[in-house]
Design a protein around this ligand. Structure first.
Ligand SMILES: NC(=O)c1ccc[n+]([C@@H]2O[C@H](COP(=O)([O-])OP(=O)(O)OC[C@H]3O[C@@H](n4cnc5c(N)ncnc54)[C@H](OP(=O)(O)O)[C@@H]3O)[C@@H](O)[C@H]2O)c1
Length: 320
């Protein structure tokens, strides 16, 4: 797979990564044996960037990823996160904690669960409104100095926060939601990243699966699935949002791709600094999604996709 660079860290990764969250968290119970097969197949197909977090499970996703990557350590770039603490596992609620002492302790926990000596990319899952971002970033930077972490990144930050953080340390990446139905990063945040050599890692690039056309009614979503409570997946909004999926499907049909590949190709077309991390726990979706790495959308298709209307419904019911 073609490579892209994780910003100032210089670490090269396959341009499509694998988000491992859904193997253990939010979207129904995964089968660990199958998930491990997905991770191994991803490596065979050129994926090198694997994303997890201590909050996923909590903790079990890091353990799963650590187990799967045993024996492959030198072939992969392992990315994890700290700073979101699960407060209610059943309802998937979180508190934020980005205090320096917490970050240091969280890193030790992640190293242990992942079974590694060093984390390639350690990301702050969310800024903590109770802690100046400068203090959180300084703690992450100390982990680099101590050799526990190779590079650091942030997640879901606005430009003023990025500016403040960057003055403390030239972090390598920003992870944030970016897809055909979440384009908020395009006017300011992504240009800021490009100007500062910060790689942008789009999360939920398939719109949490919606853009693939797989979810056509709210009733098809299990009530324990996180999406059952997300505004865009509520029946009225979902019906409106299907209009967007139909247009993605039309582009897919005329370009000989699948809707998932079109959604990912659009994200990849946002620039060399962009490396999406689509999530799946199924081999067939993995193989389909990685097919996007060689899909180039025509100028007409890109223009058609750029002109899609914004979706009905906000991203979250309660933002983590
Ligand atoms: N930083 C943050 O705050 C944050 C937030 C959310 C996610 N993330 C990261 O981003 C990664 C990806 O995001 P995500 O998992 O939320 O959303 P996503 O990648 O947009 O979508 C994942 C969902 O789409 C389904 N899917 C994947 N490929 C498909 C295909 N080809 N056809 C039909 N359905 C398909 C998956 O199904 P199956 O589960 O059945 O395979 C899963 O339900 C996560 O794994 C996580 O690492 C980070």
């Amino acid at each position: 797979m073609e490579k892209r660079t994780l910003g100032s860290s210089g670490i090269e990764v396959g341009k499509i990564g694998l988000g491992c969250m859904g193997m253990s968290w939010l979207y129904g119970k995964g089968d660990d044996v199958e998930s491990i097969k997905v991770i191994h197949r991803a490596i065979e197909l050129g994926v090198t960037l694997f994303d997890t977090a201590d909050a996923y499970g909590p903790f079990t996703n890091e353990e799963l990823v650590g187990k799967a990557l045993k024996g492959y350590r030198d072939q992969v770039t392992l990315a994890t996160k700290c700073g979101l603490v699960v407060t209610d596992r059943e309802h998937h609620t979180y508190a934020r904690n980005a205090r320096p002492d917490y970050i240091k302790a969280a890193c030790e926990g992640s190293l242990k669960r992942l079974g590694v000596q060093v984390i390639d990319l350690y990301q702050l899952h969310r800024p903590d409104p109770e802690v100046p971002i400068e203090e959180s970033v300084a703690a992450l930077a100390e982990l680099v100095k101590e050799g526990k972490v190779r590079a650091i990144g942030l997640s879901e930050c606005d430009v003023p926060t990025l500016e403040r953080a960057y003055r403390v340390y030239p972090f390598a990446t920003l992870q944030s939601e970016l897809s055909l139905w979440t384009r908020d990063a395009l006017p300011e945040v992504l240009p800021w990243c490009k100007a500062h050599n910060v790689a942008f890692l789009p999360f939920s690039p398939l719109g949490r699966g919606f853009l693939t056309g797989q979810y056509r009614s709210a009733g098809s979503i299990d009530r324990n699935d996180f999406r059952a409570n997300m505004p865009r997946f509520q029946e009225e909004n979902l019906k409106t949002n299907l209009g967007m999926v139909e247009r993605v499907e039309a582009v897919a049909a005329r370009s000989g791709a699948t809707p998932a590949q079109v959604a990912l190709a659009w994200v990849l077309a946002q620039g060399e600094q962009v490396m999406p991390i689509p999530g799946t726990k199924r081999l067939k979706y993995l193989e389909e999604n990685l097919g996007a790495a060689t899909r180039e959308l025509s100028a007409a298709d890109l223009a058609e996709l750029d002109s899609l209307p914004p979706p009905a419904g906000s991203r979250y019911q309660v933002s983590p």
